[in-house]
Design a binder for this molecule. Structure first.
Ligand code: GAR
Length: 302
C-alpha cells in the first residue's frame, strides 16, 4: 500500500508520510471546525445538522488541508491535488489555453511542464498523463494535436488538459504556436503518435527538448511515411524475427535524432499488422512514461 502510494505520487517514502499526515491532520481539523461552527450557530442535531455539516466540511476541507500542507512542506502537492479534484468536478474544467496563458506567472512556477503532441487515438498520451497524475513537480500541461476529431482530444477533455489545435499553414510557415508553448512554460515536448515532421523553428526552440516514440527498432523502418501500421506491415513483409520501440531525441530529419532507449519484442510467424501493433503498444505503454520520467529527473535534477 505504502509502496503503491509512493509510485502513484512519485515521491520519496518520507514525503508519503508527510502527505498522509497532512490528510489526517487536515481532515481532523475540518471535522472539529465543522462541529464547532454548527454548535456555535446552535443547529439542532438531526438530518438537517448532517446535511449542513457535510456542506461545511466540503468547503472547509480544502482550506484546512492547504493550511496544514504549508506546515508540513507539502503545499505544492496539495495545491495540485485539490486543483485536480476541482477540474474533475467541473470547476475550471473548460479552462482554455488563453485563460491559462493569462494566469501563469513564470516566477512562481517551479513545475516541469510537458506538452504531448499526438494526432491519433492517444493511448500513449493517456499512459503519460496517468503516470504523472499527482506528481509533485511534473505535469502534462498541454496536448497539441493537428487532427480535429482525433481520439486524443477526448482524452484531453476528460483529463481537463488544455488543447492547442495546430493548422498546417501555421505550423510549417510560421511560429505563432511557439508563443503558446512559451506562455505555458513547456520545458519538454513529447511526440506520442504525432505524424508531421517537426519544423526547424520548433527544434531550434527546443534543442534536446523534444522526444519521439517510434514503433520499430530505428534506424530500421524509419523515415517519411513510416508510421503506425505502415511500419508493422514493412517489418512483417521483410520477415523480421524481432521488432520493438525506439525513444529518441527529435531533430530536423525524420526519425533520426539520438536514441535514448530501445526495447524489443518477437515478431511471431502468424502476426498481422494488428497483432504486432498491439504487442508494440504494450511495450510503449510500459516504457515511454518511465523513460520520460528518467529524462526529466536527469534534466532537472529533481
Ligand atoms: C504509436 O505506436 C507510436 O509509436 C506511433 O504512433 C502510434 C500512436 O498510438 N508513432 C509513429 O509511428 C511515429 N512515426 P497512440 O495514438 O495510441 O499513442
Amino acid at each position: 500500500m505504502f509502496k503503491r502510494l509512493q509510485e502513484k505520487w512519485k515521491v520519496s517514502a518520507l514525503r508519503v508520510l508527510l502527505i498522509i499526515a497532512t490528510f489526517a491532520i487536515g481532515g481532523s481539523l475540518t471535522g472539529y471546525a465543522g462541529r464547532k461552527l454548527l454548535d456555535g450557530i446552535g443547529v439542532e442535531r438531526g438530518a438537517g445538522w448532517i446535511i449542513i455539516y457535510i456542506l461545511i466540511v466540503t468547503v472547509l476541507w480544502p482550506v484546512s488541508v492547504l493550511l496544514v500542507s504549508v506546515l508540513t512542506g507539502q503545499f505544492r502537492f496539495f495545491s495540485g491535488y485539490i486543483g485536480k479534484i476541482g477540474s474533475r468536478v467541473g470547476l475550471g474544467k473548460k479552462q482554455s489555453v488563453q485563460s491559462i496563458q493569462s494566469s501563469v506567472h513564470p516566477q512562481e512556477n517551479t513545475t516541469y511542464n510537458i506538452a504531448v503532441f499526438a494526432s491519433g487515438a492517444g493511448s500513449n498520451a493517456q499512459q503519460i498523463i496517468h503516470y504523472f497524475r499527482g506528481h509533485a513537480r511534473v505535469r502534462v500541461a498541454l496536448i497539441v494535436c493537428n487532427k480535429p476529431g482525433a481520439g486524443v482530444l477526448g482524452i484531453a477533455e476528460k483529463e481537463g488538459i488544455p488543447v492547442l489545435l495546430l493548422e498546417k499553414e501555421r505550423f510549417f510557415r510560421g511560429d505563432a504556436y511557439l508563443a503558446t508553448l512559451r506562455e505555458q512554460q513547456i520545458q519538454l515536448i513529447v511526440l506520442a503518435g504525432f505524424l508531421w515532421k517537426v519544423p526547424k523553428a520548433l527544434t531550434d526552440a527546443y534543442p534536446s527538448g523534444i522526444v519521439n516514440i517510434h514503433p520499430a527498432l530505428l534506424p530500421k523502418w524509419g523515415g517519411k511515411g513510416m508510421y503506425g501500421h505502415h511500419v508493422h506491415e514493412a517489418v512483417i513483409a521483410n520477415g523480421d524475427k524481432e521488432s520493438g520501440i525506439t525513444i529518441h531525441y527529435v531533430d530536423e530529419v525524420y526519425d533520426h535524432g539520438q536514441t535514448i532507449f530501445q526495447a524489443t519484442c518477437p515478431v511471431e510467424p502468424n502476426d498481422t499488422a494488428d497483432t504486432l501493433a498491439a504487442r508494440i503498444h504494450k511495450l510503449e505503454h510500459a516504457h515511454f512514461p518511465r523513460e520520460i520520467g528518467k529524462l526529466i529527473d536527469a534534466k532537472s535534477g529533481f
